[in-house]
Design a binder for this molecule. Structure first.
Ligand code: AMP
Ligand code: MG
Length: 310
């Protein structure tokens, strides 16, 4: 990966242990050293190719899993980022799960339960489109959601958020200690661009399905969300599972930034195809010889016929 992209990846990371302020430190319109959409497109193609190669090794090595968490305000581009960034990878090794308002059954469990069930297995990439992070975001912004959760009343006090941050950090530490690498992206869209994209969804018939009246109601809580996000970053960007804040006002930049962070992370794993032992090599040679002899050996249909007659 180009040194300029490595530098960019570093700039987008929320430094663990340091307090950040989303509004001051992260500009939704930032595009770094990328000067145009065309420039980004070229690098995106290369990035997607690199990701495909990384995924192939991840799958073959079957040791690590890559677990990607995506969070954002509505219309920040989560869906289209997934679509573009994953366009070159083998579908067999990727799973995307979208988390919605919890069902009755889900509310009968602890909040991590439904997430546990969807975690990627070794060799795979798992993408969570929203996740347990909603538990310190939407649930914090709307206290009635916490009321619906069947928690013992004494556990619903003000300290619940601090506890959840700690639980999440411990959960993610547990995952990384087991070879499940955790990556977290916040697609940082500005309030103005969200409005522009909402209006497009209303004005363009083929985009109408993407819009729900509830999205505008949520927009009214913008500042409360930003406060909740800020607190969340400052408590849950850890050395083992850092947050990356991805500028999301220019979709072409968002995609390139996300693919670069993923490639950077896979690079750090020093992935390699499994080494073949001398015994395995001998077995491969034997299998090859056997197949080469097949042409002159007994014809397969004769055996099948024999079985049928029994
Ligand atoms: P969307 O991703 O636009 O389809 O919307 C899914 C909705 O589910 C969003 O409004 C989320 O805030 C909501 N949601 C996801 N997880 C939770 C959760 N744990 N508790 C409450 N609401 C949630
Ligand atoms: Mg929505």
């Amino acid at each position: 990966m180009a040194a300029s992209l490595e530098k960019l990846v570093n700039e987008l990371k929320v430094p663990p242990g340091r307090q950040i302020d989303l509004k001051v430190d992260f500009d939704p319109g930032y595009t770094g050293h990328i000067i145009s959409k065309e420039d980004a497109q070229e690098q995106l193609v290369a990035g997607i190719q690199e990701l495909a190669e990384g995924q192939d090794k991840l799958y073959a090595q079957d040791t690590y899993a890559l677990f990607i968490n995506l969070q954002a305000m509505d219309a920040a581009g989560k869906d289209s980022t997934i679509k573009h960034v994953m366009s070159g990878v083998n579908p067999q090794g990727v799973l995307v799960k979208s988390f919605k308002v919890p069902s009755e059954e889900e509310l009968d469990h602890d909040y991590l339960w439904r997430n546990f069930l969807e975690l990627p297995e070794r060799g795979n990439i798992g993408i969570f489109n929203r996740s347990y992070y909603e538990e310190v975001l939407v649930v914090r912004v709307h206290p009635d959601l916490l009321e619906r959760q069947k928690l013992p009343p004494r556990l619903k006090g003000h300290d619940i958020w601090e506890r959840r941050y700690e639980e999440i950090n411990n959960f993610e530490k547990y995952l990384t200690d087991n070879g499940i690498i955790v990556l977290k992206f916040f697609l940082n869209v500005s309030k103005e661009i969200q409005k522009k994209r909402f209006l497009e969804r209303i004005d363009q018939p083929d985009k109408n399905w993407k819009f729900s009246a509830a999205d505008v109601l949520e927009r009214r809580h913008w500042d409360a969300y930003m406060d909740a996000y800020n607190e969340m970053f400052n408590h849950t960007s850890t050395s083992w599972a850092p947050w990356y804040i991805i500028p999301a006002d220019h979709k072409w930049f968002t995609r390139l930034a996300v693919v670069s962070v993923i490639n950077h992370t896979l690079d750090g794993l020093k992935l390699a195809y499994p080494k073949v032992s001398p015994e395995q090599k001998a077995a491969l040679k034997k299998a090859k010889e056997e197949m080469e002899q097949e042409e002159s050996g007994p014809a397969q249909p004769a055996r099948i016929k024999k079985k049928r007659n029994r």
